[in-house]
Design a protein around this ligand. Structure first.
Ligand code: HMG
Ligand code: NAI
Length: 440
């Protein structure tokens, strides 16, 4: 059995690698070589990446792709996407091209409010606590003035602080429910800094509040943290066109296609098993842009799925309708993202991604990300209700399978051509590869 290690974090990078390679891999020489192969030649650049996280031993590449031809609010974008899954970039590109000649994507920011909470326990008279809170509010704001000063100059800051009585759900549990505007930042650090000052002020001032009993004075702060549930930081993105324009050469099949799309979305609305996969397809697009632009995809995922369940049942994040011969397809999704802060000004590829996106504000980035999610969903559902997903997905995944099989460039070319006319599945690819290799 491998013994635990004390002080791993204090070891040098080289010592960390040799420890992990020796204890956890079969061939430590080979492991070392592989890990080093992924180091950047530029030592300064490598150091920058090493310092993004802790205990870094190498870099983990993700492909960085481009989906061009996105017409968003009459402005043409090429969208950078960082993702490991084949066919996602192709699907986004295909949807962008489809809507390019049909008016493109339109977006609206429905809100940008962020949330943070101080969770605390108070044992005593709830009415007295409410009176204390009213008196305390100006003091709370005054004590964070040095933190909020610059954010206020940018047009943001604290937009609300409420005392919430949660004792019906958990004995003695109350919270300060606070809302913020964080402009071009996602805002986690700004919000958390404000909340920690609120918590200290709350605890200290309670000790001096004359109307409280000794027990009431003893407020216990449990934690102070932003919420990734941001139901009022939401963007809407939509596409629409006359039903006949969906397939201009064939009015009957246009209508049939529109109905199939609406029906598929409606299934995702009522059936959570389908909704989860439907939304996964949306997140294919969302996460890829969120990652490429250096944002926190875990925060976005958590918030999106909470929003998908906001009415008590998990449902689709996209919607579709046919009204007055118009086909409409839209998404509403919470996106607390930034174009400053976090990694956005540090990671060289993130800087390039933001430059490619014409240096958007946080609101513009929300619009672009929502569009990527909508486009992705449109492409996936279009495939699902027409050809089936495997045809297109396997066409894109083909190279991965051929690479796994060790195909040469010439063999890859032959087999890519072969599968333009034949349906690809893993076993069909293996069979065709073996036949080609063995001259059968
Ligand atoms: C895969 C396609 C796009 C093929 O579609 P196609 O019609 O065979 O493609 P095409 O060769 O006719 O090309 C048309 C356009 O598609 C794009 N395109 C086409 N090929 C490429 C490529 N190699 N590289 C970059 N872009 C590509 C590109 O925009 C191209 O235009 P062009 O550049 O030629 O002017 C289509 O079948 C499709 O959209 N499929 C959906 C794929 C998908 O959704 N993948 C996600 C993974 S599956 C999943 O995780 C989610 C899911 C499906 O479960 C969600 C759900 O259930 O809802
Ligand atoms: N639960 C969560 O989601 C948590 C996430 N995080 C992490 O926090 C990071 C994001 O936090 P941030 O506070 O956004 O980053 P940050 O603290 O790195 O940078 C944001 C700061 O940039 C400054 N700024 C300059 N120009 C600005 C402008 N135009 N608009 C707004 N601010 C401007 C402000 O001082 C602002 O506070 C991410 O890396 C995320 O992963 C951290 C804790 C918890």
């Amino acid at each position: 059995m491998i013994a635990p290690i004390e002080g791993f974090s204090k070891l040098s990078k080289e010592a960390k690698i040799s420890w992990i390679a020796k204890h956890y891999t079969h061939n430590s020489e080979q492991t070392l070589e592989l890990l080093q192969q992924y180091w950047n030649k530029d030592a300064q650049l490598q150091k920058l990446h090493d310092e993004f996280i802790e205990n870094t031993i190498t870099n983990f590449y993700l492909p960085f792709g481009i989906a061009p031809n996105f017409l968003i609010n009459d402005r043409l974008y090429a969208i950078p996407m960082a993702i490991e899954e084949s066919s996602v970039v192709a699907a986004a590109s295909k949807a962008a091209k489809f809507w390019l000649s049909r008016g493109g994507f339109k977006t609206t920011i429905l809100g940008t409010e962020k949330v943070g909470q101080v969770h605390f326990m108070y044992t005593g008279d709830a009415e007295k606590l409410a009176q204390f809170f009213s008196a305390l509010k100006p003091q709370l704001l005054a004590n964070v003035a040095s933190i909020t000063k610059n954010m206020e100059k940018r047009g943001g800051g604290i937009s609300g602080i409420e005392l919430r009585n949660k004792t019906a759900e958990l004995e003695n549990y109350y919270q300060l429910h606070c809302t913020f505007e964080t402009m071009n930042a996602m805002g986690a650090n700004f919000i958390n800094s404000c909340l920690e000052v609120f918590a200290k002020t709350l605890k200290a001032e309670a000790q001096n509040y004359p109307a409280f009993t000794d027990q009431e004075k003893d407020i216990e702060i449990v934690m102070s943290i932003l919420s990734n549930n941001v139901p009022n930081c939401v963007v809407r993105a939509e596409v629409s066109c006359a039903v006949n324009d969906l397939k201009p050469q064939d009015a009957a099949s246009s209508l049939e296609f529109a109905k199939k799309m609406v029906r598929a979305v409606n299934i995702a609305k009522v059936e959570p098993f389908r909704a989860v996969t439907h939304n996964k397809g949306i997140m294919n697009g969302i996460d890829a842009v969120v990652l490429a632009t250096g944002n926190d995809f875990r925060a976005i995922e958590a918030g999106a799925h909470a929003y998908a369940s906001k009415d008590g049942k998990y449902t689709s994040l996209t919607h579709a309708s046919i009204e007055d011969d118009q086909f409409k397809f839209w998404i509403e999704i919470p996106l607390a993202i930034g174009t400053v802060g976090g990694l956005t000004n540090l990671h060289p590829l993130v800087k390039v991604a933001l430059e490619i996106l014409q240096n958007p504000t946080a609101k513009e980035l929300m619009e672009i990300v929502a569009v990527a999610g909508l486009a992705q969903n449109f492409a996936a559902v279009k495939s699902l209700v027409t050809t089936g997903i495997q045809q297109g997905h396997m066409k894109m995944h083909l190279l991965n399978i051929l690479n796994q099989l060790g195909a040469t460039e010439a063999e890859k070319q032959t087999l890519v051509n072969h599968f333009k006319k034949n349906t690809a599945s893993h076993s069909a690819v293996v069979t065709a590869f073996e036949a080609l290799r063995n001259n059968v």
